[in-house]
Design a protein around this ligand. Structure first.
Ligand code: MN
Length: 761
């Protein structure tokens, strides 16, 4: 699994990186000088994955580079040629094509030796010549003063990469070897190289989906930049891994056994998390790590997508699920092409166990990213064309380069924002191409407030790269974000305050919500009062209420309405303060127990848009409104509101059995109606109960139907009712009742589905 595992040549740094992926701690080794690889070693490595390799070409390049570098040595005292050779070896781990391997061997020749582009073209062809020249340009960029030229350098780096992505692969391998041998470099340069690695090369590898590469670069840089922190993390990692050594094997064995028993053949691998990623998490959440799940993840590699879902079903049926950890990146891949199912269960030994379930192909992409789009499969076109067709990560790169090459003043751009790939920031664009820099993990809400406070306050939805997305979506570098606003929304939902990442957004939300919350309670109270007057057939007038303020001990009519909205005051008390001989309708209703059916039918009969009905837009816009906890409600449902003092209204579909609990309290029932906007479709929660025939792939079929019909699955829980059936409770989000019913109909059409029912609150 570890692509860089080449024990004899390892330096200390490499040993540590490898330890991070093997269960047993690797004993610390003294730095050893690499033993140089031989000509035939390299050819053997290439032939192992590419039987059609041009051995003559490889041999000629080997000899050419060796002669060109001649007596040059590295800081370690090794012959310089050992460096391009190691870089080429790293690229054989990625199974790259001959041109890439040869260009790696030659990558420093134009800059550091007598060799010229013309000579390389003549000897090895123009394709290789162009790759070597691309790398030469990049090397020259590095030598230029950092401060002044960084932005321009990065721009050129990205341009060179976008031309032929193999330049990036060679550049990353070059940087990786330099990082592995960093200890031989003078201390003054070490820090600069490590910082640059963490700022530019590691994030770039990550964006291209090359996780192995990113992680090793990060760990090597981390070790250089903060040795005490690195030592602490490693120490605790070792201690925890040591303590749990038996448990790790046990979990692997148990998982494999249970899957096998259910007819799934899978490879189960425990994987230690990497020191840098643990450190980042510790810093961000200021927590330590004590659980096995903090340092260990398990990967289940299966043969097909259907088996991946089946594995999920088996795992969820065997162990309790940790809520909120289920993520389906198979139906919705990440932008860097990553696909996998994530879930966490309480597994053997009462340990939380993190699982990643995926196929072999997905695993390759997860590890090697763009490099996994192997250049050997029978593809039409150049590697760049293949990637452009198949890789989202590469498409992102091209897009970013286009935007960057249009920006007029790169220095200023960098000064204000740092660049694109800096690890603590994300850079997004408005539809007009304006750059918005945000801290990492920022979401669309932060983006909206960064554009303008008014945009933030009136945001109701968004499109990321042209697709509708939730406002809480975390942004990635290069995202183009269009914020959809509505004049009807005067203030943001209060929940945004905890969702926002930037201080600017949080402060603005707090300011806007403080008044808005009061206004909304007042608005709700006014409607409740007006509705009571309408029922009692009395004319309501603000002036009349003003006159009654002393009796109600309130300073303004807004205060009165806010109190009613918060259920601190009854609407009937307001009526009595205005008309002392007012007869209380609600009280008589409460005394005479109103049968549940009558309350319900009365509300059902109420025309959907009587003025008295309170319009409901959705959970974000209508404070203080929330949806029925078990099953929610979607537009199209006939709905009813139940008032809870100090909390607000909960919306139930009229058919919800939970409403029975409130039948003794008719004064808590309120007419509500939907008021959704076409311009910004919003999703609403619903719950389905699906009874599935127990057979391979049945869960996959269910999940696929929902995904194909644009349903968002929030959670799936499973229970086995009999040997033949599995019962799934699926929480999903849909646009409306029609959408939900469409999904239900599609599910019912599947042979593996025995029964589908909606759960109503
Ligand atoms: Mn080099």
């Amino acid at each position: 699994m570890a692509i860089w595992r080449r024990t004899p040549q390892q330096t200390q740094a490499t040993a540590d990186a490898v330890a991070a992926v093997s269960v047993a701690p690797v004993a610390a080794k003294k730095p050893v000088r690499a033993k140089m690889m031989r000509q035939y070693d390299l050819v053997d490595r290439v032939r192992a994955y590419n039987p059609k390799t041009d051995e003559d070409l490889l041999n000629r390049a080997y000899v050419y580079a060796m002669k060109a570098h001649g007596e040059q040595t590295r800081a370690s005292g090794d012959p310089y040629f050992s460096h391009p050779l190691e870089v080429a070896a790293i690229l054989t781990d990625l199974k790259l094509d001959d041109a890439t391997i040869v260009a790696a061997l030659l990558h420093d020749t134009i800059e550091d030796t007598e060799a010229t582009r013309a000579e390389i073209d003549k000897t090895f062809g123009r394709e290789i010549g162009a790759l070597v020249e691309g790398l030469t340009k990049l090397k020259r960029l590095e030598l230029v003063s950092r401060e002044a030229k960084q932005a321009e350098n990065l721009r050129k780096l990205l341009l060179a990469i976008a031309d032929d992505v193999r330049v990036l692969l060679i550049k990353l391998a070059d940087r990786l070897h330099n990082m592995r041998t960093l200890e031989f470099v003078p201390p003054a340069s070490r820090r600069r190289i490590a910082e640059e690695t963490l700022d530019i090369y590691a994030p770039l590898a990550g964006r291209m989906g090359m996780q192995e590469m990113r992680e090793e670069l990060e760990d090597l840089a981390f070790k250089e930049l903060d040795p005490p922190a690195y030592a602490v993390v490693m120490q605790r990692l070792d201690a925890l891994a040591d303590r749990n050594r038996n448990l790790i094997g046990e979990i692997e064995t148990q998982l494999a056994a249970i899957l096998k028993k259910n007819g799934v053949s899978a490879v189960v691998l425990g994987r230690r998390k990497r020191p840098f990623s643990i450190w980042v998490k510790m810093e961000r959440k200021s927590v330590g790590f004590e659980q096995l799940s903090d340092i260990f993840g398990f990967r289940i590699i299966v043969n097909s997508v259907a088996e991946a879902y089946r594995t999920l079903g088996i795992v969820h049926t065997t162990w309790p699920v940790v809520p909120g950890r289920f993520k389906d990146y198979i139906s919705t891949p990440k932008q860097n092409d990553y696909r996998s199912i994530h879930t966490t269960v309480i597994g053997p030994g009462n340990q939380r166990v993190e699982l990643q379930i995926r196929t072999e192909d997905m695993d390759q992409i997860a590890e090697y990213g763009i490099a996994a789009h192997a250049f050997y499969k029978d593809r039409v076109g150049s590697p760049t064309e293949v990637l452009q067709r198949e890789s989202n990560a590469f498409a992102w790169l091209r897009h970013t380069v286009e935007v960057l090459s249009e920006s007029a003043n790169p220095e200023e751009f960098l000064e204000h924002t740092k660049m694109e790939l800096f690890h603590d920031q994300v850079f997004c664009f408005t539809p007009k191409g304006k750059l918005i820099a945000l801290p990492r993990h920022a979401n669309v809400i932060d983006f909206a407030y960064a554009v303008h406070t008014d945009v933030g306050n009136s945001a109701v939805g968004c499109k990321i790269n042209g697709k509708f997305a939730p406002l809480a979506s975390e942004l990635d570098n290069g995202d183009e974000v269009e914020v959809l606003t509505s004049k009807a929304q005067s203030a943001p939902p209060i929940a945004w305050e905890s969702l926002a990442v930037t201080g600017k957004a949080r402060a603005a939300i707090r300011r806007a919500t403080r008044t808005a919350v009061r206004d909304q309670y007042a608005g709700l109270g006014r409607r409740i009062v007006e509705r009571l007057f309408m029922r009692a057939k009395i004319a309501y007038a603000d002036d009349k209420l003003k006159g009654a303020l002393p009796r109600l001990a309130r300073a303004s009519i807004e205060d009165v309405f806010a109190a009613v909205g918060r259920s601190e005051m009854k609407a009937s008390d307001v009526a009595r303060a205005m008309y002392p001989d007012y007869k209380e309708e609600a009280r008589s209703g409460a005394k005479k127990k109103v049968p549940f059916k009558r309350v319900r039918s009365k509300l059902t009969r109420a025309a959907a848009d009587t003025p008295a009905a309170i319009p409901i837009k959705g959970i974000n816009n209508d404070l203080p409104v929330k949806f029925a906890p078990n099953g929610g409600a979607v537009p199209g449902d006939r709905i009813v509101g139940i008032v809870t003092p100090k909390e607000g209204i909960t919306i139930y579909p009229i058919q919800s059995p939970a409403l029975k609990d409130f039948e003794d309290e008719p004064e808590r029932w309120i007419d509500v109606r939907w008021d959704t906007e076409e311009a910004a479709p919003r999703r609403f929660p619903a719950r389905l109960l699906v009874q599935n025939v127990n057979e391979p792939g049945s869960l996959a079929q269910v999940a696929t139907v929902i995904a194909e019909h644009d349903g968002n699955i929030d959670n799936i829980s499973m229970s086995r009712r009999s040997p033949d059936f599995t019962e799934l409770t699926i929480d999903l989000e849909v646009y409306d009742l029609k959408h939900l019913n469409g999904i239900i109909a599609q599910l019912r059409a599947k042979a593996v589905v025995a029964r589908v029912e909606r759960v109503n609150g």
